[in-house]
Design a protein around this ligand. Structure first.
Ligand SMILES: C[S@@+](CC[C@H](N)C(=O)[O-])C[C@H]1O[C@@H](n2cnc3c(N)ncnc32)[C@H](O)[C@@H]1O
Length: 356
């Protein structure tokens, strides 16, 4: 995953910065394990796939750290695809967890916004130094002194957006840094909703694979008041926000949101009690999917295979994409018959699996 490669020059810079201190004094803020940092460090993890090989202790990104810190060092490794507001969120989260005199470290590519992140560190901490450079990367450090602005840090950590859109009538969705889409409804999601509104027969069960903050599952739960909905995502902030949105709109009983890499295998689903919640008895007959655009072919292949496994006979998966080639190929490989529908800037692929 982006930014988690231990051989990356940015990770190397962070490793050099904290090669001496005891690891229990180190907080990794949504960055990968750092080679010089021992197992005693604490790591906040955004995506549950990062848990698989983590060496250090891990907690979800929004975990309460009061019982954990304060820390002497907080390390941030921004992932540009998640937006500058998430880097800002990480910096603020790290800053608040530091003890007085502690150091906030950020390794960032010069070409990926090093200057603007340095400005943010100044706004937060009162000062910043560029302490090292390596192959286009910079290592920035700020110390926690009287000059730090804790109120600003708290405001950045608590940043929240509201997504309102005519395609989601009566469904204001809360969102925040680190998730997709966060400030407004994604145009592809809107196309998919409009397509499903015209084309889908009333479903009994709906799958939202890669749910983000839940626009598709909550729209489906509202549009079809008898339907059971299963929504999953690997992004732990997104899952928490989607769960909050489902509760806020009185849909938590029927829209079940789970952290999961793809859909759970059937045995895992049974262990999670899904037999009654989405009902393996109420087998899902509609899937609404806006897959991650830049995902590797394996992820799209996994999505296609999961849909094949879970959709009831006669069910349909509606998948929105910018360019149809890669996803069509993966769906066909998983045995689907794919019918494409073209819209300005998007395609919706309807995938069906012929009876075996
Ligand atoms: C393009 S976004 C769509 C989000 C949401 N459905 C919407 O329409 O706004 C794709 C989502 O898929 C999630 N995702 C990526 N890989 C995944 C995986 N292996 N399993 C589950 N979700 C995944 C991402 O975290 C992201 O939230």
């Amino acid at each position: 995953m982006d930014g988690l490669n231990p051989g990356d020059p940015g990770i190397g810079l962070l490793a050099g910065a904290v090669a001496g201190p005891p690891s229990r004094e180190i907080l990794l803020v949504c960055c990968g394990d750092v080679p010089s940092v021992g197992d005693g460090a604490l790591r906040l993890v955004l995506d549950l796939r990062e848990l698989q090989h983590a060496r250090t202790r891990t907690l979800p990104p929004d975990a309460n750290l009061e019982a954990e810190g304060p820390f002497a060092h907080a390390l941030v490794w921004p992932r540009p695809h998640l937006g500058k507001d998430f880097s800002t969120w990480c910096l603020a989260r790290g800053a608040l967890a530091l003890r007085p005199g502690g150091s906030l470290w950020c390794a960032v590519r010069k070409a990926k916004g090093a200057d603007s992140l340095a400005e943010r560190m100044v706004a937060l901490m009162g000062e910043v130094d560029v302490v090292a450079r390596d192959r286009g990367h910079r290592l920035l450090r700020s110390r926690r002194t009287e000059a730090m602005d804790p109120a600003r840090a708290r405001a950045w950590v608590e940043a929240e957006y509201v997504i309102e859109d005519p395609a989601l009538p009566g469904l204001a969705l809360r969102s925040g840094p680190g998730v997709f889409s966060r400030r407004e409804l994604d145009a592809g999601t809107r196309v998919l909703i409009e397509h499903a509104e015209r084309r889908a027969a009333t479903p009994r069960g709906v799958i939202d694979l890669g749910c983000g903050v839940g626009p598709l599952s909550l729209w489906a739960g509202t549009r079809w008041p008898a339907a059971q909905v299963l929504a999953v995502d690997t992004n732990l902030r997104a899952v928490a926000m989607a769960q909050g949105n489902a509760s806020r709109h009185g849909l938590a009983e029927r829209v079940r949101v789970l952290p999961s890499d793809g859909l759970p295998r059937r045995e895992e689903a049974e262990a999670m009690g899904l037999r009654t919640a989405v009902g393996l008895a109420v087998a899902p007959d509609l899937a609404l999917v806006n897959p991650p655009t830049h995902a590797e072919p394996e992820v799209l292949g996994r999505f296609a295979e999961d849909l094949r496994q879970w959709l009831a006979p006669g069910g349909v998966a509606m998948v929105v994409v910018n360019r149809p080639g890669r996803m069509t190929e993966q769906l066909r490989r998983a045995g689907a018959v794919v019918e494409p529908f073209e819209y300005p800037g998007y395609h919706v692929l309807e995938a069906r699996w012929p009876a075996a």
